[in-house]
Design a protein around this ligand. Sequence first.
Ligand code: AMP
Ligand code: ZN
Length: 134
Amino acid sequence: MNDCLFCKIIKGEIPCHKVYEDNLTFAFLDIGPVSKGHTLIVPKQHADIMQAGSLDDALAIMTTTYQIAPAILKALGATGYNLGMNHGEDAGQDVFHTHLHFMPRYEGDARTFIKQKPSQEELAQVAQLIRQEL
Ligand code: AMP
Ligand code: ZN
């Protein structure tokens, strides 16, 4: 899928703030985070929506989530998290490459889903803090 944004990110053709990678999955910071450390966990194999991909890939993104969640919480001082997946246009999916949203939450968090616009420097710092815990 040459024109898929997330495939290009995975291949390194478009820059991202990478957090984690293994043979099946890739995780990077959302550029419009609803909370500090908002991370997208994606299968490397392209699929528009989860059911268009393999069950192995669907399970792999959850396995990665399970493995990296403690590091994200510890790195950023978060105390909880929301997981979300917009599955299909009517559900608000904008990027048609399966992705799981990991949204850290903090003590006293207003728990909104309003997208913020941190600077590239801020995102780079957050990604570095997370990578240091992995
Ligand atoms: P969804 O609405 O579930 O398809 O979410 C797509 C997410 O991708 C949104 O939260 C966007 O902020 C995020 N996004 C879009 N472009 C990029 C990018 N170049 N790097 C990181 N995240 C992105
Ligand atoms: Zn893709």
